[in-house]
Design a protein around this ligand. Structure first.
Ligand SMILES: [Zn+2]
Length: 82
C-alpha cells in the first residue's frame, strides 16, 4: 500500500483534516509528504494558523477528536523551519 501523495492530493486530504475525517493512515501519508515537500509545508503552516484560531474559539470539550489532535501535533511544521 505504498503510493506517493501528490500535492493536489495532499491539499485535498488536508481539507478532510479540517472536516475531522482523517484517518491515522492518512495522517502518516501527510507526514511523509510534508517531509519531502516545501510547498505543502507552507500550505500547512497557513492552515495551521487557521486551525489555531478555530481551536481558540472552540471550547476544549467541543474538540473531542483526538485523531485531529494527533495530526495537529504531527503537522507542527515549526520544527522543519529554521
Ligand atoms: Zn506537496
Amino acid at each position: 500500500m505504498e503510493k506517493h501523495l501528490h500535492c493536489k492530493e495532499f491539499v485535498d486530504t488536508i481539507s478532510s483534516y479540517v472536516d475531522g475525517e482523517l484517518s491515522e493512515e492518512l495522517c502518516a501519508e501527510l507526514d511523509k509528504h510534508l517531509s519531502e515537500c516545501d510547498n505543502c509545508r507552507i500550505v500547512v503552516n497557513t492552515l495551521k494558523k487557521t486551525i489555531d484560531i478555530y481551536h481558540q474559539q472552540a471550547e476544549r470539550e467541543k474538540v473531542p477528536d483526538d485523531v485531529k489532535e494527533r495530526l495537529f501535533y504531527r503537522l507542527n511544521i515549526e520544527q522543519f523551519r529554521k
